[in-house]
Ligand binder design. Structure first.
Ligand code: 5GP
Length: 191
């Protein structure tokens, strides 16, 4: 997706050999027009699927999940990283190891928002080791939902997540695929 790649080239900051900072348009300040374009692109790439809900994880997945859900005319559900008093037995829970924070969190979704037989599209901002996406897929399966696919805004293809999701049989669509960080610059995979 050219618009996204151009934005990464002009505003992305390579923090070290494994992390890209994009807090001017995705992870802190959000560019709504870019997010709308991202949502349209995901909706187009999964147009063959009958999707009931878009499913993501707080907080950085929410903006792109919302625009995707707007384009698909379905609700968006986001998993929470902290269990609240309200959640307890009323929730599906899984553990997700955070690539950036290096901690494992309990991730939960209230049972009343995912129903057996529904088809969900998982959407997230980044793909590194695939922990967040696989955690969301685990919750979807606990709920008896079908996973139509996984949409990722920025994939770092040199990390294991891509292969793990493909090996698990998921339809994966990533809008920008990064092959490497070289001399502090982003190198994309060919489209
Ligand atoms: P994974 O679960 O695939 O290992 O990592 C994906 C999650 O970690 C995303 O939800 C995202 O929040 C965070 N993440 C992974 N890599 C990066 C990165 O290079 N930059 C930023 N900003 N977040 C990342």
């Amino acid at each position: 997706m050219k618009l996204l790649k151009d934005k990464i080239m002009s505003e992305g900051i390579v923090l070290n050999d494994s992390i890209l900072k994009v807090d001017s348009f995705l992870n802190h300040q959000i560019d709504p027009e870019l997010m709308m374009a991202v949502g349209k692109e995901f909706a187009a790439r999964f147009a063959d699927e009958k999707i009931d809900k878009v499913f993501t994880i707080e907080s950085s997945g929410i903006a792109c999940a919302l625009t995707t859900a707007l384009c698909l005319h379905v609700p968006v559900v986001f998993a929470r990283k902290q269990k609240s008093e309200l959640m307890s037995s009323e929730a599906y829970t899984t553990k997700v190891y955070s690539f950036t924070k290096k901690v494992t969190s309990d991730v939960s979704v209230l049972k009343k928002f995912l129903h057996e037989g529904e088809t969900v599209l998982i959407v997230d901002d980044f793909l590194a080791n695939g922990e967040a996406a696989l955690g969301l897929a685990d919750i979807a399966h606990q709920a008896g939902c079908k996973v139509a696919g996984i949409g990722i805004v920025i994939e770092k293809s040199f990390q294991p997540g891509h292969q793990r999701l493909v090996d698990a049989g998921y339809h994966l669509e990533s809008l920008a695929r990064i092959k490497a960080f070289k001399d502090g610059k982003v190198v994309f995979e060919e489209d």
